[in-house]
Design a protein around this ligand. Structure first.
Ligand code: ZN
Length: 136
């Protein structure tokens, strides 16, 4: 078992969830995310928002950090709103991305202080490559 508790993971996400401005057109850190890997390491990431509409959630940012460090197995993930410190369930795109990266419906998703769900419960019908048939 890991020595990293849900509280530790939430604190790691809160630590990076600080609104900051990179340029006139880009802000980041509205939301922070933290991942506990199956090797027991914690990786964090922040949301990024560009004025033109581009950007992404904190979860893929943390996933990119994890992949950059050579890991891909996620035990748990949490995202926190930097403005009020509340835990945020992942959006639909992030649920799908979590599944595509890990292929694991047992990934734990912290939903609030007292609740946690398995990714498979939040994403019962994930996209599947096999549902596409090659035509040529
Ligand atoms: Zn998202």
């Amino acid at each position: 078992m890991s020595a990293v508790s849900n509280g530790d993971l939430v604190r790691a996400a809160k630590k990076v969830a600080k609104f900051r401005r990179a340029t006139d057109d880009v802000t980041f850190g509205h939301v922070g995310a933290a991942i506990l890997t199956d090797k027991g390491h914690v990786y964090t990431g922040v949301s990024i928002d560009a004025w033109c509409g581009l950007g992404f959630c904190a979860e893929p940012s943390a996933i990119a950090n994890m992949l950059t460090n050579g890991e891909h197995g996620i035990r748990k993930i949490v995202a926190v709103n930097g403005r009020n410190g509340k835990i945020l369930p992942p959006c639909g795109r992030c649920r799908e991305f979590l599944y595509q990266v890990t292929g694991d419906k047992e990934v734990g998703v912290i939903l609030d202080k007292c609740r946690e769900a398995k990714l498979g419960d939040l994403l019962p019908e994930q996209w599947q490559k096999k549902s596409f048939k090659r035509r040529h």
